[in-house]
Write a protein that binds this ligand. Structure first.
Ligand SMILES: [Zn+2]
Length: 229
């Protein structure tokens, strides 16, 4: 069979999988959701979950467990930071902090949030690290995020123990620490009044960029133990 024929067949097969999901689950797996799966609705290839739960997963790193709130994580971040400061000379802390500094150094020039749409997840993740470097965020603060999520998970009576959830939770905080891009213009009107225009843009906190950020941070924190619970 020729290459073109094979491609035709693969395309036809793909089309059939999208539009005729005979072997797909009809209902979303996220209990107790009763929505049709996206495959069933002919909208995509996710055979297990509905559109709403696919979006939920992109944002939270779990199909069912919502992200921890900033307030929920705050006391853990404080404890983690206190621990890191009192252990800053330990080899495990030094090496993890060096891992964060390496991410800062490898990130290249900061990119304004306005220019991020359309860039790859890896480029957007770099922009976040570059932004942290520019704002001179202490690498220990970054490590505290990782430890805080870990401690919060250990205290949670219904935790999601998948690496992905842990990484996405840490990445969301890192993302927030990077802040956004803020612009302010003043124009003088004919009548002498000064009019101010402000524009605030934050990078979107969902999708693959969170996985990229989270797994880089996980690698830097590989040997970091943190406070005992
Ligand atoms: Zn659903």
């Amino acid at each position: 069979m020729t290459g073109a024929n094979q491609r035709q067949r693969r395309l036809a097969d793909l089309r059939k999988r999208i539009t005729g999901p005979q072997d797909a689950y009809e209902r979303c797996r996220a209990y107790p959701c009763g929505n049709n799966t996206t495959a069933d609705r002919g909208e995509g290839l996710n055979r297990l979950y509905c559109r709403k739960h696919v979006e939920f997963y992109r944002r939270h790193g779990s199909y069912v467990k919502r992200s921890y709130g900033a307030g929920e994580l705050k006391p853990y971040r404080e404890r983690a930071m206190a621990w890191l400061q009192s252990h800053r000379d330990d080899a495990e802390v030094q090496s993890a902090a060096e891992g964060v500094r390496r991410l800062y150094r490898a990130a290249g020039a900061p990119v304004e949030a306005f220019r991020l749409p359309g860039k790859s997840p890896a480029e957007r993740a770099k922009a976040i690290w570059a932004q942290l470097r520019k704002r001179e965020v202490d690498p220990l603060e970054v490590l505290a995020v990782w430890l805080a999520v870990d401690m919060c998970l250990r205290d949670d009576i219904q935790p999601d123990r998948h690496d992905e959830y842990r990484q996405v939770q840490a990445a969301k905080l890192i993302h927030r620490m990077a802040g956004g891009t803020h612009k302010r213009w003043e124009h003088q009107r004919a009548n002498g009044h000064v009019e101010v225009t402000e524009l605030h843009k934050y990078p979107v906190s969902r999708g693959q960029v969170l996985r990229v950020l989270g797994s880089s941070l996980a690698a830097a924190c590989r040997d970091l133990s943190g406070p005992d619970c």
